[in-house]
Design a protein. Structure first.
Length: 263
């Protein structure tokens, strides 16, 4: 356990050590929300609505997007791609750590660093809404915590699967770019899934991507019925088991291939 905590601590320090990284984190948290607020206020003036969603509803949705993505989105696949092709993976596999556990610890350290950077902003928000904190819905809070945790684990498992493809391909750059666009779209990052055409809604229901972003946001905004939330959690857990199994299998096969190539 100590070795994984050490990895997480190193990852956290590397983020906090760079002033430019801190600036980027703050910009990523604030700029998209401001831009989307201006955009949807212009598109939906007054009480105008699309599929029942007003400008105020859309702004809340995009605030939810940034809250969820702040915890969930981490470039594990890009890291694997870089480490495999740079040879850094050779140093990692020699360490007495499980490879998936090693990368998960790095992700955890990165997320903790994000929280530390945004702690002042979070504290100000909590102070401004101190009265509401004491009347917090404990069940809702538990649901939000579970959906964000599930989304984080799902994103890591999915990214790990994609990253393991680097064992067999010279460079995954194009694949990773396309993946970012497609997954972000089908996860509800750009638009709420309820605004999609029926064919895309049906497609998103067959894939795990909505559990990366849309499902946690719906839970955060209290727009999910208890039965639908329970079903969503169950399906998400099934996807998590499947993706973890695929990632474990791909890594075992890929490690053998890597050993053959690197000697």
């Amino acid at each position: 356990m100590k070795k994984y905590l050490a990895v997480a601590q190193t990852s956290m320090k590397s983020v906090l050590a760079s002033k430019s990284s801190i600036f980027v984190l703050l910009a990523q948290a604030l700029i998209p929300t401001v831009v989307m607020a201006y955009l949807w206020t212009s598109i939906l003036p007054g009480h105008s609505a699309i599929q029942g969603m007003t400008a105020e509803t859309m702004i809340k949705y995009y605030i939810g997007v940034n809250v969820v993505n702040f915890f969930v989105w981490y470039a594990i696949d890009w890291e694997l791609n870089d480490d495999i092709h740079s040879g850094e993976l050779s140093n990692i596999v020699r360490r007495p750590v499980n490879m998936m556990g090693y990368y998960f610890s790095r992700m955890l350290g990165d997320r903790i660093a994000n929280l530390m950077v945004l702690a002042p902003i979070i504290l100000i928000i909590l102070v401004m809404h101190i009265k509401h904190i004491f009347s917090l819905d404990v069940i809702w809070f538990g649901q939000v915590f579970m959906t964000i945790l599930l989304a984080m684990l799902l994103w890591f498992a999915f990214g790990y699967v994609i990253g393991c493809l680097a064992y067999w391909f010279e460079n995954l750059f194009f694949v990773l770019i396309v993946k970012e666009i497609v997954v972000s779209f089908l996860a509800g990052y750009y638009l709420p899934l309820n605004l999609f055409p029926e064919i895309l809604k049906n497609l998103s229901n067959l894939l795990p991507f909505q559990y990366f972003s849309y499902f946690p946001i719906q839970t955060l905004l209290k727009q999910t019925l208890p039965i639908n939330w329970s079903i969503g959690i169950l399906i998400g857990l099934m996807w998590l088991i499947a993706l973890y199994g695929i990632g474990y299998w791909l890594n075992r096969l890929g490690a053998r291939h890597y050993s053959d190539v690197m000697g």
